[in-house]
Design a protein around this ligand. Structure first.
Ligand code: MSP
Length: 650
């Protein structure tokens, strides 16, 4: 690996004020795909993410939860780290702004700014938006509310330190004009220049005195450093800025800083000016992506419309969720998340295109060649060379789109090869070739080419969907042949050896029934009006018919074993008996309420016909029924008298 090929990418650091939603995960999944892609193509990568833990908002939320802010953020940060693990986010560092390595450096940066005359003490009178942690002048407010998020602002009058933004404004404006790649997508550049720089940049208030959950100003007790100066510095403090021998020298300036468009102003105006004041180069690109929306508007933690990414990843696999996020929304634009578009993507791209390609090919390899990869011995035909050429061209096309941060286009390019491979099957109709023994060399060539094409696809797929390639290696017999998983192995066609043992495995992505999924996710409510007029306007909402209720197979079940699941504090793995020799395994979220030993032998009510799902990789084949109260009590439901396991409940 060439030492000079380095790549530093960052995500915003998230407020641990609440659990993250799919919208927040979007940035991090995109950053992870880019980081993985760069690693795969030979770069020495540093991928940083983390949490932005100070500020009034967090302090207030911790107070509302009657927790010490430290304890409050620790809990959420643990949840966030688990989320990243479930979504296969392979970060190199996770910075928390409450860590000493960050706090010490921010305090020194503040002092330096003060000593070199960039910061002065004054009095702040103006408006503050706590959710955005942003200051506004009267003129900037929109109908007396925050111009960014539309929420209430508070009038603040306090002694404060200010940063002389005006000193650097012209330099920044020139820089932006001379470096068209600095603010991306390009449309966002004009927004920043016209709305903020051209009207004249006001000095920025960089300290607060009305709360204390922050980094103290080292030379003035009672002041804490404004959360955005604290937060933005994370991108360099995490690299060990100002420490001798740190990786800061290797990785700064950042190659790509990914952020949502709502925090562009902080990253393309204040952040570069802080860096100029520190005499440091600016990041090469700050990319402001669009928002993930719901039909009814932006998804956000505070609106209560957030979709939990862990629910989706557990039910549909994290690879499917990653694929959807990266493919569905052109990177840079807003995109709508709906269960319908999500399931449609899974069914068309993953089940029909990719899944079918793999299962059809492997079925034929088993049927016609007993699972031994044949020699490609027949003369080249048109369809062979077309497939081969496309496969050989695809890596460069994907790389070019990745370099432009066009992730969706990169995937679309890869899917051209997936679709071309399926077409290759239809063109060559292997089932007809198989009827004529004289055509065996041709049949062998077709199967060989398909498996080699699948190998190409799996190599390129990994940055986007880290788990699926392993399942493909398993099926095409390359599990242990990591040389054939490399980017360099795509330079030539024909690297997989004839004679390799292949075996069809489980379908990669079983097709889903859209209506059933929507019903399930909506808690059993029919998602659309059915043709029989069942959703009559006269009828109260939320009622189900007797037939619908009878679809649920309710049984008395006897708990046979119960055990804790490592690293999953809330879950238990339980085996229940619902009839002679009919044992079911379930993963139940009741570990906080029951000890495993207390459960064994109990009779509980059980839903026996739920579609199996995997929770934390463990198969769950049903559901125990439990009552929960609003104040957090939980009680398993049971029967009055002993009943034979498997008795029906109606
Ligand atoms: N803590 C600041 C960032 C400091 S970076 C030095 C912050 N945190 S946040 O948790 O509120 O938001 C983090 C990121 O999530 C932002 O980039 C924001 O744009 C992004 N998103 C929040 N809601 C989103 C969607 N609905 N869709 C896409 N991204 C979204 O701001």
């Amino acid at each position: 690996m060439a030492e000079d090929k380095t790549f530093y990418i960052t995500t915003p650091i998230y407020y641990p004020s609440n659990k993250l939603h799919v919208g927040n995960s979007y940035t991090t999944v995109a950053a992870d795909a880019i980081a993985r892609f760069k690693r795969l193509t030979g770069y020495r990568v540093w991928f940083l993410t983390g949490t932005d833990e100070h500020g009034q908002k967090i302090q207030r939320q911790a107070e509302a939860a009657r927790k010490d802010p430290r304890v409050f953020v620790d809990e959420i940060v643990a949840w966030i780290k688990e989320l990243w693990e479930e979504l296969d986010i392979e970060y190199d560092d996770f910075i928390r702004t409450t860590e000493p390595r960050h706090k010490e450096k921010v305090a020194r940066i503040f002092t330096r700014f003060y000593e070199q005359g960039d910061i002065y003490k004054g009095k702040y009178e103006g408006w503050y938006c706590t959710p955005c942690e942003a200051y506004w002048t009267e003129r900037q407010l929109v109908e007396c509310n925050c111009p960014d998020c539309g929420r209430d602002v508070e009038l603040i009058a306090e002694e404060a330190y200010f940063f002389r933004m005006s000193k650097y404004a012209q330099r920044l404006q020139d820089y932006i004009e001379e470096h068209p790649e600095f603010i991306q997508p390009i449309s966002r550049k004009n927004e920043m220049v016209n709305n903020f720089l051209k009207p004249g940049l006001e000095d920025l208030c960089v300290s607060r005195t009305s709360f204390d959950w922050g980094i103290p100003v080292p030379f003035d007790q009672g002041h804490v450093i404004y959360v955005w100066l604290d937060a933005l510095s994370n991108y360099i403090t995490a690299l060990g800025y100002s420490e001798e021998g740190s990786i800061f020298e290797t990785f700064w300036p950042a190659d790509v800083q990914l952020i949502g468009k709502d925090i562009l102003r902080f990253h393309t105006i204040y952040w570069p000016i802080f860096l100029m004041a520190l005499d440091q180069p600016l990041p090469k690109t700050v990319f402001g992506h669009g928002w993930l929306m719901l039909q009814e508007g932006k998804m956000s933690k505070s609106k209560g419309n957030a979709i939990d990414p862990r629910v989706l990843a557990n039910r549909y696999s994290s690879d499917a969720l990653r694929y959807f996020l990266l493919r569905e929304i052109p990177f840079g634009q807003d995109g709508i998340f709906s269960l319908e578009s999500f399931i449609t993507r899974i069914n068309t791209d993953l089940a029909n295109d990719l899944g079918n390609l793999v299962s059809r090919t492997l079925t034929m390899a088993e049927r016609y060649f007993a699972g031994v990869l044949p020699e490609p011995s027949a003369a080249d035909e048109n369809s062979d060379s077309e497939l081969r050429l496309l496969a050989l061209e695809t890596p460069a096309a994907v790389e070019s789109y990745m370099d432009q941060l066009k992730l969706s286009d990169a995937l679309a390019e890869l899917w051209k090869l997936v679709r071309r491979s399926n077409k290759y099957i239809d063109e060559n109709t292997p089932w007809d070739l198989a009827k004529d023994p004289a055509k065996e060399p041709r049949l062998g060539t077709v199967i060989y080419n398909l498996i080699e094409s699948i190998r190409f696809i799996a190599v390129m797929l990994r940055p986007f969907m880290p788990r699926t390639p392993d399942r493909i290696w398993e099926q095409i017999g390359l599990k242990d042949d990591s040389a054939l998983h490399n980017w360099a192995s795509l330079l030539e066609w024909g690297a997989i050896k004839p004679g390799t043992i292949v075996a069809r495995g489980e379908d990669l992505f079983p097709r889903l029934n859209l209506l059933a999924e929507i019903r399930e996710m909506q808690g059993g409510q029919p998602a659309v009006q059915d043709a029989s007029g069942g959703n009559d306007a006269e009828e109260p909402e939320g009622l189900i018919s007797l037939e619908q209720f009878q679809q649920v197979d309710l049984r008395v079940a006897k708990i046979v074993t119960a055990e804790n699941i490592p690293k999953a504090d809330k879950l238990l793995k339980i085996e229940v008996e619902i009839g002679e020799n009919d044992l079911r395994q379930v993963v139940a979220g009741i570990a906080e309420y029951y000890k495993p030993d207390d459960l064994v032998g109990r009779q509980v009510l059980f839903v026996a016909n739920l579609k199996p799902v995997k929770l934390r990789g463990i198969l769950s084949q049903g559901m125990l029924l439990a009552a929960t109260s609003e104040d957090g009590l939980l009680s398993l439901t049971t029967v009055d008298t002993d009943m034979p396991p498997g008795s029906r409940v109606s």
